[in-house]
Write a protein that binds this ligand. Structure first.
Ligand code: SF4
Length: 294
């Protein structure tokens, strides 16, 4: 595509955004073309942001709890996991978990984000117990817990349905679900990153079920590793499609890949410009998700 064609295509995209029309796969891929100035993409995204949310940004005071880092999986991008017998592996005791709840309360936290590894020897009841324990002692804290990857593991452990697991967790105190584990949905990438854990169909089906029973969830995309612009836009469109169906996503979070201490440590960390461009393009493509988290 020469410069004149590129400029004409960008004008078409700008017209669509101004007319509040939906962008296509090809539109999204073009916005990743480095020849399209980042500022122009950002300006368009800002138009959508102001249209949706005026000049208001939302925040909450949140803390993270990772009850264990021991994990049966070995995702290539993961710097967190530990083997069962590795000295860096840990499992938090009830006392440690309650201490984190106390700290969170003292610091004015309104939400706790709880995710961790899929421990070889901890049964489903332990994961449920973590939620119940915190909910009993700190009922004022919203518990946003377990990614779809963990819910998928609980299905495997309990041999029960997604709905059963989610309702059982909700009865223990689960308030909503985080959006992790989505990574990149396209199999060309997913199979290279994490071929064993919950696949794209499972991830989407778990969020669909959560939305159906009234549990709100978030959604994410991990970018800046082995994927390209097509994979990123394909990912956003799959989220947009599910949101059309259910309306249950509260916020989309673009997650930049951090290569240090992973099996992909030879890859360079995404640049700040890439971060801004991805945030802007996400705002433009996800016309049905109210908020983008920065
Ligand atoms: S499932 Fe989660 S904790 Fe386990 S290796 Fe993958 S990203 Fe890491």
């Amino acid at each position: 595509m020469n410069a004149a064609e590129r400029a004409a295509r960008f004008r078409e995209i700008r017209d669509k955004v101004e007319a509040d029309e939906r962008l296509s796969l090809d539109d999204g891929i073009l916005l990743y073309d480095p020849q399209i100035p980042m500022q122009a993409v950002g300006e368009l995204a800002n138009l959508v942001r102001e249209r949706k949310n005026g000049n208001v940004a939302y925040y909450n005071i949140n803390t993270h709890l990772n009850p264990t880092n021991v994990c049966v999986y070995r995702c290539r991008f993961c710097a967190f996991r530990s083997d069962l017998r590795d000295p860096k592996g840990y499992v938090m005791s009830d006392e440690q978990i309650l201490e984190r709840g106390r700290e969170a309360t003292e610091n004015g936290c309104t939400e706790m984000h709880i995710v961790g590894g899929l421990h070889h020897q901890r049964p489903y009841d332990w994961y449920r117990h973590v939620i119940e324990l915190l909910n009993e002692h700190y009922p004022q804290i919203h518990l946003k817990a377990w990614t779809a990857v963990e819910i998928n593991w609980f299905e495997f452990q309990t041999k029960k349905s997604i709905q059963w697991v989610l309702e059982d967790m909700r009865s223990a105190g689960l308030g909503s679900m985080p959006g992790g584990g989505a990574e990149i949905f396209h199999p060309e990438v997913r199979d290279q990153l994490c071929e064993h854990k919950a696949n794209t169909h499972a991830w989407l089906e778990i969020h669909r079920t959560a939305h159906r029973i009234g549990l709100k969830t978030n959604c994410t995309m991990l970018y800046g590793h082995v994927e390209n612009a097509f994979h990123r836009i394909d990912h956003l469109l799959r989220l947009r499609e599910l949101q059309d169906e259910t309306g249950g996503f509260q916020v989309f979070i673009p997650l930049a890949f951090h290569p240090e201490n992973t099996k992909l440590s030879d890859i360079k960390k995404p640049s700040a410009v890439m971060d801004l461009r991805t945030m802007a393009i996400s705002r433009l493509m996800l016309d049905n998700i109210q908020n983008i988290k920065a």
